[in-house]
Design a binder for this molecule. Structure first.
Ligand code: F6P
Length: 512
């Protein structure tokens, strides 16, 4: 930690902490001051997302302190390095070029992404037009970043109109694959094998079983039904996928940042190329805001200021995200990988031990379901949990408008209750019925939930994650922490390796 960074943190520790009630009482313009919109062109004019951070404890002093911290951390030059394709993933010696997939980045990276998208678009179009025969189902096989984004986007966007019925299978547990088989007609099923490395054991084992299933169920050329989505096209060809059906993406696109690349193939197949392009355009709108806005006016950086405040200065070990939208049910699990695999680190980018907590545990669920399950702890538990709410003004359903009104009312009521607190007892005195309040939340209110909005929401969180990493001095683009367990599983499989007594006994019990 440089002296400047240490000084910025030391100053932040001194900033006095008003309650949320005091902050609102003291500033009539607080809502406008701490809210901002990111917009993009839509059919009916503009569409966008309102980011309301007014129910967090950020105030002018904290924001000034965090702006000094961002300066001390060289935020502007690190952002420029990210967006210009410099090798900012220093431990792996490569750039992080996911924004180039949306048209922002080094010219050569953007050109490459455009060419690869054109190829992917042609294959999607060809399949829609029947060039590969009748295709009604796609079994998309991948794991982690090769599955969570597609699963989220298909679930969010392909409910009303799915051009092809997509099943995302990630787990090596055969139960998952069998469930997809049961829902698909082998004669009209294609298989997408999605793996950046094309070596991941779960994906390659599931892919082999899917081909076997096709072969055993009357498909004469199972390999002819496969599309590979990968940064290792040679391995895909060697595995048996015809070159014309290998959709590559650059090595510099990280797995958990890869939805925008050919990993998004199932999304384009399910919702069509236009909606997939809209998703890229929504993300691009956030890229533009992120690239061109300084200080706390940059909404991604502002969110990271609040994240750092709660994690480092208030000791919050978790952050919860509740989507008041059934279509975003998979958003918390998508964010878990994005945030925890990126920033769950114990050393800085230079390898020194970090000097404070890094990523909190991301968790969450869907409202209103979660209200009836976990909100007790949020309101009255002893853990302080900053909460994000996400909702859409336009309904996703065509039922009585009462449904959507109750949904939104509940969303806003939860944020208000967390902040205000109170006592539910008639005499206001029963401690069991007391709510301390002063509990923070942020709200992301979308005009609508369509492809562009989903792209914008995801890109916002990508950049928020990056901002947090810069403020903590860590490299968010590697993930060595996942490797040791994988190696041990391989050692067990290979046999002969020695383990602790507990593991040895468990293996013996399971007959392994
Ligand atoms: O094990 C973690 C991880 O490497 C993730 O970072 C990645 O998204 C996932 O595995 C899948 O990897 P691949 O796309 O190479 O199969």
């Amino acid at each position: 930690m440089t002296d400047k960074i240490a000084a910025a943190w030391a100053h932040l520790q001194q900033v006095s902490q008003a309650t949320l009630g005091q902050l609102f009482a003291g500033d009539a313009t607080r809502v406008e001051g701490l809210s901002g919109r990111i917009e993009w062109d839509a059919e009916e004019g503009t569409s966008g997302i309102l980011f309301d951070w007014s129910k967090t404890h950020l105030d002018a002093d904290l924001i000034a302190g965090f702006e000094s911290l961002a300066q001390a951390c060289d935020f502007a030059s690190k952002r420029a390095a990210l967006l210009s394709g410099e090798k900012i993933n220093n431990t792996e010696g490569r750039a992080a070029t996911h924004t180039a997939q949306r048209g922002m980045g080094d010219a050569a990276d953007v050109e490459e992404a455009t060419a690869l998208h054109a190829r992917m678009g042609m294959l999607v179009e060809a399949i829609h037009q029947g060039a590969l025969g009748e295709v009604n189902h796609l079994i998309h096989i991948g794991i982690g970043g090769s599955a969570l984004g597609p699963a989220l986007a298909v679930d969010a966007l392909a409910r009303d109109l799915s051009l092809v019925d997509v099943h995302v299978v990630s787990n090596i547990d055969g139960v998952a694959l069998e469930q997809a088989f049961a829902a698909c007609d082998p004669a009209t099923t294609m298989v997408a094998v999605a793996s950046k490395t094309f070596t991941t054991i779960e994906t390659m084992t599931n892919a082999a079983s899917a081909l076997k299933w096709l072969g055993e169920n009357g498909v004469s050329d199972p390999s002819g039904r496969v599309v590979a989505l990968t940064a290792n096209p040679e391995a895909a060809v060697e595995w048996g996928v015809d070159e014309t059906r290998v959709l590559p993406f650059p090595e510099s696109v990280g797995g958990r940042y890869s939805l925008w690349s050919s990993i998004g193939f199932p999304v384009a197949l399910a919702v069509g190329w236009d909606e997939f392009s809209a998703m890229l355009a929504g993300a691009r709108a956030v890229d533009e805001h992120f690239a061109s806005t300084d200080g706390a006016a940059n909404l991604c950086l502002r969110a990271a200021f609040a994240d750092q405040y709660y994690t480092r200065l208030r000791g919050c070990q978790t952050r919860a995200v509740f989507a008041y939208d059934e279509r975003l049910g998979l958003f918390p699990s998508y964010l878990q990988q994005l945030e925890m695999e990126s920033n769950g680190k114990r050393v800085t980018a230079s390898g020194a031990p970090v000097d404070g907590p890094t990523a909190p545990i991301t968790w969450g669920g869907v409202g209103t379901d979660a209200q009836h399950a976990v909100f007790q702890l949020l309101h009255q538990g002893t853990n302080l949990v900053p909460v994000d709410f996400i909702a859409s003004i336009a309904p996703g359903d065509a039922l009585d408008p009462a449904h959507h009104a109750i949904l939104l009312t509940n969303c806003f009521a939860q944020g208000a209750a967390l902040m205000a607190g109170g006592n539910m007892a008639a005499d206001g005195k029963d401690p069991a019925r007391a709510f301390p309040g002063n509990r923070p939340s942020a709200t992301m209110l979308c005009d609508d939930l369509d492809g562009a909005t989903l792209g914008a929401l995801i890109a916002f969180h990508e950049h928020r994650t990056f901002c947090n990493a810069v403020l903590m001095g860590i490299n968010p683009f590697d993930q060595f922490g996942v490797e040791l367990g994988k190696k041990m599983a391989k050692d067990i499989e290979a046999g002969g390796a020695e383990f602790d007594a507990s593991t040895t006994a468990l293996l013996a019990k399971a007959g392994l």
